[in-house]
Design a protein around this ligand. Sequence first.
Ligand code: SAM
Ligand code: TMP
Ligand code: ZN
Length: 416
Amino acid sequence: MISPADRARPRATCRACGGTVVQFLDLGRQPLSDRFLTEPEIPQEYFFQLAVGLCETCTMVQLMQEVPRERMFHEDYPYYSSGSAVMQKHFADTARQLLETEAGGPDPFVVEIGCNDGVMLRTVHEAGVRHLGFEPSGKVAEAARAKGLRVRGDFFEESTAREVRASDGPADVIFAANTICHIPYLDSILRGVDALLGPDGVFVFEDPYLGDILAKTSFDQIYDEHFFLFSARSVQALAASFGFELVDVDRLAVHGGEVRYTLARAGARRPAGRVAALIAEEDAGGVATLARLDQFAAQVGRIRDDLRALLERLAAEGKRVVAYGATAKSATVANFCGIGPDLVSRVYDTTPAKQGRLTPGTHIPVHAADEFPTDPPDYALLFAWNHADEIMAKEQAFRQAGGAWILYVPHVHVRD
Ligand code: SAM
Ligand code: TMP
Ligand code: ZN
């Protein structure tokens, strides 16, 4: 029975199946997560309402409101995938594995959707394999071309995929990392994959996993670019409605917990036992139920209260608190929790395109990460918690000198 409280929940139309999406969490008015500003740009800053819901029909978890793609992905998109040594290795390994298992034919063809600065395709290129990256964001695409890669500066969608099929022939592998969950127009993507993929080809994509997001209460995985939070069950339903089949799932530790999904044409390959096993695990944990998602929303509220209380106490004690990693994820945390320069004086980051600018919405100045060891604070809020091992190893001197990290995943705690 639908309770009166459930009836009052806002609703939207599912971008995967056309069913009804029921809201379970509202993270408030939020800016574009990757739009780092100069002072004069502040009055024109764009905001939207960041809320998430569950589709009653296909169980896809998704945003209630879509941000136009050109506002997010453009000439100055500032995320460079090669900024992490761990991710460079992850994608070199991924490329080698795909080449080994899927590119055995006489003239294999690998396509990547959202190739960014070429972090994955460079290994394909070095192996002498025919490839094409789709990358609509101008400067990151240029960085990939500078590595000798073949990059088309367009959004992948049905029309552009058809053009590539006509000019280059069928693809053996279509790969995407941290990109498919960014794309509300999934129908066009899957029709494009259908047009471009060879009869025995695979569509492989990896994205943050809903199961991990719930287990860790990593609500900062929800922001404008992360339109979908996938699960094996929702991806299986999506694949089936476009003539594909989910034939494998691979859990990955990167970016706080992801799943790599492998789709093949329906009936072309036998699904691995891991698919049914992961779906059974999701069902047992209630991943796709409003009861579990409401519990997650309540935990998110507690993290906000705990983080604010800690930062306010440290400010009252006169401690110097900074943040580390001007991540897209941190826009959600900072704006939802109300963390501005009064609580965190600056954010350190290695990305030149972010330095000298202000963080989205709460306008904390971004400084070069090189400056962090020269002016150590008392506390550093680790916004890039998904790169914790890499960053803490690099910044060992900070803790040795008495500094402490503040983390908020899976709950607010201090590591000194
Ligand atoms: N694959 C890289 C990685 O995992 O680090 C980059 C991920 S980045 C978060 C997402 C990328 O997808 C951006 O570079 C963006 O420009 C690109 N993108 C967004 N929509 C796209 C589309 N429809 N087709 C191709 N690329 C797209
Ligand atoms: P991501 O979590 O979306 O990958 O973003 C990571 C951000 O953190 C990006 O802006 C680069 C920055 N960063 C550092 O400043 N130092 C580091 O060692 C790493 C790995 C990332
Ligand atoms: Zn749906």
